[in-house]
Ligand binder design. Structure first.
Ligand SMILES: CC(C)(COP(=O)(O)OP(=O)(O)OC[C@H]1O[C@@H](n2cnc3c(N)ncnc32)[C@H](O)[C@@H]1OP(=O)(O)O)[C@@H](O)C(=O)NCCC(=O)NCCS
Length: 496
């Protein structure tokens, strides 16, 4: 394997010991919760399956909540919990795939934050702050984080990254139990407190995959789609796209790091994935483990040589499938529903799931924060970082010694692209993890009845639902005149 050359600018930063990464995290969720056990009772779905594959609950936004209110709540908590000087922030980046303004992005959140900072007697965000919105499905937040790290290294200022999304699916669709809503904010700076990111060691991959999960603005007649927030998606196909691109991003990481995949994975303290539902990261990490075995051992490892005959799969065919690049067949009218680039590897994954090694090889590195994540549902761009926050908080509470060790973050965005980010845990991580307050962000939570859920899902107001403090949508503009227009523009109020 050819040695990678380090660019001179980065070498100078490394020599000077300058790193950048995450110093603080905070989360905001709508307070309205649907228990998936109740939902199974309402719909006849199997609770055994949903609790094993999806989770235990998800959140639904009320009419007063939007991507922007959740984002501003999370960012304000971040600033206050970490005593951040807002004037130091040179970049406020929003990662989202469900924001409802097609023109402006994080500037809306900046305005909201300044209003609340005034109320709290704190300085405003700097006027000289960049305010981009970054979109690529659930990966927008990861791209925003990488942007923020570059910003901190090159410009020596701090950044806030906010991932905020509403994951809404049509009632009755296979995605319905995987809904969710929430925002996660990250403080990114030089010499971080939680975990540093060496961008030159990260892996990345992308391929145009047409229709696995998209949100077109127009219908087939070029008219605005009636519900822009519902995705057009193909569940099984989207799963294979996820598996394939995660594998590709990790192959890039191994190559850039010059590491032996199987050995390197074994040394990681914890692994966090983009998490559309509970089973997805388990399947993906099982695939990652098997592919690492295929890449690290020319003629197949002991594990593969055992699993192949047990599952009736030919070893050479499985090795080919795990090592080669997978191209999507040409699009046909019926779509790529039958595409499965990992037919043989799937059998091995099932075989691995049935072995005692599955616990240690796959579940063990994914266990940090897993229980708490069962409460959230899919929060798209924030899902990976919510899991990281839950995991760091749980590990700190458990008295783990992670300082100096590596953890791995895997981001994924449908369409599709993946990122493999190795992060090194910093010396002061426990104190910083103690300021995340993930558990506190789960409160308050009001369990919805079936009729309340159905009304909120349809965007209707529900009487008697308590509304929490923080930002809320107070009104929506209706003016369409020649002299002044504000139709559809949200106005916000803040209560401490
Ligand atoms: C997740 C999703 C694909 C599941 O759809 P589904 O139609 O219920 O899928 P299946 O019936 O095949 O079941 C899914 C899994 O549950 C397993 N399962 C079924 N019953 C089970 C039970 N009682 N206990 C445990 N597992 C069970 C199946 O074996 C299957 O496992 P596998 O994925 O390892 O093969 C669906 O919720 C979806 O489409 N979600 C939205 C798409 C999405 O989020 N994509 C990812 C974008 S990043």
């Amino acid at each position: 394997m050819a040695l990678q050359r380090t660019p001179p600018a980065r070498r100078a930063q490394q020599d000077a010991g300058i790193t950048a990464g995450i110093s603080g995290m905070a989360m905001d969720l709508p307070p309205y919760r649907v228990s998936l056990e109740d939902w199974c009772g309402w719909t006849g779905a199997s609770w055994d399956k949903i609790s094993a594959v999806v989770g235990h609950a998800f959140r639904v936004p009320g009419p007063a909540q939007s991507v922007y209110t959740m984002a501003a709540n999370a960012a304000l908590k971040l600033i206050r919990q970490n005593d951040v000087d807002p004037a130091r922030i040179g970049l406020l980046a929003l990662g989202t795939e469900s924001s409802n303004d097609n023109s402006a992005g994080s500037i809306i959140i900046k305005g909201m934050l300044d209003q609340a900072l005034d109320d709290h007697g704190l300085p405003r965000l700097s006027q000289h702050c960049e305010v981009p919105e970054i979109k690529h499905a659930c990966l927008g937040g990861v791209y925003a984080l990488k942007n923020a790290v570059r910003h901190c290294l090159l410009e020596d200022s701090a950044a806030i990254v906010i991932c905020s999304d509403l994951a809404l699916y049509a009632r009755g669709s296979s995605g319905e139990p995987t809904q969710g809503a929430g925002a996660v904010a990250l403080l990114v700076e030089r010499n971080p407190a939680l975990a540093s990111l060496e961008l030159g060691h990260a892996g990345r991959a992308s391929d145009y995959r047409i229709s696995d999960f998209r949100k077109p603005l127009m219908d087939a007649d070029r008219r605005p789609r009636s519900n822009l927030h519902y995705p057009v998606f193909n569940g099984r196909f989207s799963t294979y796209c996820y598996l394939d691109q995660v594998r590709n991003a990790l192959s890039h990481l191994y190559q850039r790091r010059g590491v032996s995949p199987a050995e390197w994975l074994q040394e990681l303290r914890a692994v966090f994935f983009h998490r559309p539902y509970r089973r997805m990261p388990q399947s993906a990490f099982a695939l990652v483990r098997l592919c690492a075995e295929a890449l690290s051992h020319g003629d197949g490892s002991r594990l593969l040589k055992r699993l192949c005959p047990e599952t009736g799969v030919a070893l050479d065919e499985a090795l080919g499938e795990m090592r080669e690049r997978h191209e999507l067949p040409k699009h046909d009218a019926d779509g790529p529903g039958a595409w499965n680039p990992f037919r043989r590897t799937n059998e091995l994954m099932k075989g691995l799931r049935a072995t005692p090694e599955f616990e240690e090889l796959v579940l063990h590195p994914l266990r940090w924060g897993d229980d708490n994540m069962m409460q959230l549902g899919n929060i798209y761009s924030g899902a990976l970082f919510a899991w990281l926050a839950a995991g760091l908080e749980e590990a700190a509470r458990a008295g783990e010694s992670w300082a100096g060790d590596e953890i791995l973050l895997i981001g994924y965005g449908s369409g599709d692209a993946a990122e493999a980010l190795p992060m090194r845990v910093c010396d002061g991580w426990k104190e910083a993890a103690g300021r995340i307050h993930f558990n506190k962000a789960l409160e308050p939570a009001y369990d919805l009845s079936r009729s309340q859920y159905e009304a909120l899902h349809a965007g209707l107001a529900v009487d008697d639902l308590p509304s929490p403090p923080g930002f809320r949508v107070e009104s929506i503009g209706t003016k369409t005149g020649q002299d002044f227009q504000d139709e559809g523009i949200e106005y916000y109020a803040y209560s401490a």
